[in-house]
Structure formats: C-alpha cells, structure tokens
Design a protein around this ligand. Structure first.
Ligand code: ADP
Length: 354
C-alpha cells in the first residue's frame, strides 16, 4: 500500500457539509502508516470539528487493505501556510527519529509471529542455542509480555533479574547463552501482566539498553505475537538488524503472519525469512512424513511476500515434553531432526547477516 492510495481515499472525502471548500487530503499535515496503523496529523480548520473529521478519516480509509487502526491527531495552523498539495512530510513507514543501537550487540534479531502458539518462543530459544553451538556469543531477550515462556523453556522458572553495582540488569547464563525474560520481573507465574503503554515501553527499553549484555554477536528478541503497540514501538525505536517470522502451515496462522511481515516491511526492518514450524510429522515406525496441516502453503506465502524459507521444523512430541522440563531440544536431543533443522536455520541466519 502506497501513501498515494491513502491520500486518494482522503481526497475523495469532501467537507462541503462542514462549509469548507477543501477535501480531507488538503488538511493533511503529516501521515504515516506503520504496520497496519495509520497515523494522520490534520490541520484543524475550526475548533469543535475534531470528532467529525476523525469520523471522516475513518470512513475514507475503511475499505483499504492493510489499514486496521487509525489514529487522528490535530495540528494548529492552516493548510495554506504549509502547501499541503506537496503531500505528506513523513513518507509511509519512515520513522521520523533515529533508531537506537543496543551497545555491544552486533546483530539484534527480532522473532515475531502473527498468532500465539505457533512455537515462536520455542524457535527463539533453539535458534539462540543453535547459534551458540556454531560458536557465536548469543543473548536471548524474552519480550513476550503476554506469556513469557522462555523461563520454562530453559529451566529458569522462579529466576529473578538482579542489578549490579553499575545499576545494570544482569542477564542469567544458561546453556552458554545470556538470558533475560520479562518473566524474571513478575512476582509469580500466575500474575497477570497489566503493564500498558508508557510503563511497559519503559520496562522493555530498560530490558534492552540497561543490561550488562557484554559483547554479543547475536541478541535474539522474542517479541509478543501480533502487530500491537509493543512490536511497533520497538521496531520504530530500536536498531534491529533483521526479523524472522514464525508460522505453522495453517491458514489461520498464515493469515496473521502476513500482517506481521507487512509490519516489519513498513518499518523497514529486513525480513530475513520465515520459519515454518510444525511443518510435518515423521512416523517413528516407518519414517514417513505426514503433512498434518497441509503442504506447500508456507511456500506460497513466502513466494508471494518475496521471503526465503529459512527452514521447516517437524512437529515432534519430544519438543513439547522436553521444553516443559526446561531442556530445549537443541541441548537435549542434538542429533534429532528438529535440532538439525535449527542448526541449518542458524547457519542461514548467520550467512544472511554476514
Ligand atoms: P508461541 O511462543 O508462539 O506462543 P511456544 O513456543 O510457547 O509458542 O509453543 C507452543 C507450544 O507448542 C509449546 O507447548 C511448545 O512446546 C509446542 N511446540 C512448539 N514447537 C513444536 C514442535 N515443533 N513440535 C512439537 N511441539 C512444539
């Protein structure tokens, strides 16, 4: 979706009923589309028109694909002063501020998914461990505030974050990688996370920047599923080398992962590729592969979005069992097909970023 399509839609909305000769596009001061959220800054021609203008913007863009949410803000001044016909001042997807780099970290890799439950955290943890096995210095940051599962996956339940004399958070070391989870901050597993907005962002920012990460080749960032405020704000503010999207080959998961992919593209984070999890089941007796959720759907999605498939991971009950026991498969069953798939993915990721 180009900004032109959005401006065309706004242009078709006249304001005659409000006694104004302009159309809606002529009131636009700034406009940006980040992921599926459209942020419009409008000149306010007359006080008191805020609600009706907001409703007009919502109506004008309602039929556009890729716009799920609309935020309308108002600016002082008039369109004539700033020649609105020249178009928006912030191009779509172009953040208006510099992205911050995590000190000491060569590559920050964000792992996202459209839906929960597709194995994003399992993939993040095993990818981190696979990169570490290849000899890289690796960190893993669990930013999945809605369900931090890294502590369980790595046998770190009940672990607490500590702060050193330099007032930096000290990550926990496990299986050779440095780990920090938002779960280390919660009083207990059953505590619902009620952080919202600025407080949550402050916590996440601290988890990235106020940490004694040391020198790392890769920091894997396990994002919450979906394309909400957390993902957007991180994507806009933090220097991320590349993103990986995780999906299962099911229609429901693929529909949502498309949105996640579009979000990364809009905020100009290169998508390194897609990881297809639970791709097939290998019958232990016969060795035959069964494509439980269907075959070829992930490839179709990848080719439509110009993405590389970094690897396909089979569904294996041992993965779930061992994860629950705090022994990720790359550590507990290094010779398994799943582990080999993760090592292959790690090699490709390292290659993509080298
Ligand atoms: P998400 O982070 O996307 O919510 P999780 O990584 O927590 O998903 O995985 C959800 C569940 O699926 C967990 O119980 C996990 O052990 C299981 N799981 C993930 N990948 C596989 C796999 N390849 N084979 C079997 N079980 C898996």
């Amino acid at each position: 979706m180009a900004v032109k399509d959005i401006m065309d839609a706004l242009r078709s909305e006249t304001l005659q009923d409000l006694g104004l000769s302009e159309n809606l596009a002529q009131l636009v001061k700034d406009i940006k589309l980040i992921g599926t959220e459209l942020d419009v800054l409008l000149y306010l021609p007359k006080a008191g028109l805020e609600d009706v203008l907001r409703a007009k913007v919502e109506k004008a863009v309602a039929g556009l694909p890729d716009v799920d949410r609309v935020k309308v803000r108002f600016a002082q001044g008039s369109p004539q002063q700033s020649k609105p016909q020249q178009g928006p001042q912030i191009p779509v997807g172009q953040p208006a501020f510099a992205k911050r780099k995590v000190p000491g970290v060569r590559h920050l890799i964000a792992v996202g998914s459209g839906k929960g439950g597709v194995g994003k955290s399992t993939v993040s943890a095993n990818l981190a461990l696979a990169l570490s096995k290849l000899g890289y210095k690796v960190g893993l940051l669990d930013a999945d505030i809605y369900g931090p599962s890294i502590p369980t996956l790595l046998g770190l339940k009940g672990e607490r974050a500590t702060v050193n004399e330099r007032n930096k958070i000290v990550p926990v070391e496990k299986f050779g990688i440095k780990v920090l989870s938002i779960g280390f901050m919660l009083p207990s597993e059953d505590t619902p996370v009620i952080w919202r907005g600025p407080m949550l962002m402050k916590a996440l920012t601290q988890f990235l920047f106020d940490v004694e990460w040391g020198e790392l080749d890769y920091l894997i960032l396990d994002l919450p599923p979906g394309t909400g405020d957390v993902q957007l704000t991180l994507a806009q503010n933090v220097d991320i080398s590349g993103a990986i999207v995780v999906t299962t080959p099911q229609d429901v998961a693929l529909a949502d992962v498309k949105k996640a992919t579009s979000m990364f593209k809009e905020v100009q984070i290169p998508v390194l590729g897609v990881i297809e999890n639970m791709a097939y089941f290998v019958c232990p007796e016969t060795g035959n592969r069964y494509y439980i959720f269907g075959k070829g759907k992930t490839a179709e999605f990848a080719s439509a979005y110009g993405l590389k498939i970094l690897g396909s991971i089979p569904i294996d009950p041992v993965v779930a069992e061992k994860s629950d026991e705090g022994e990720p498969v790359v550590v507990s069953a290094p010779e398994s097909e799943v582990s080999k798939a993760f090592i292959g993915i790690a090699k490709l990721v390292a290659q993509e970023l080298s």
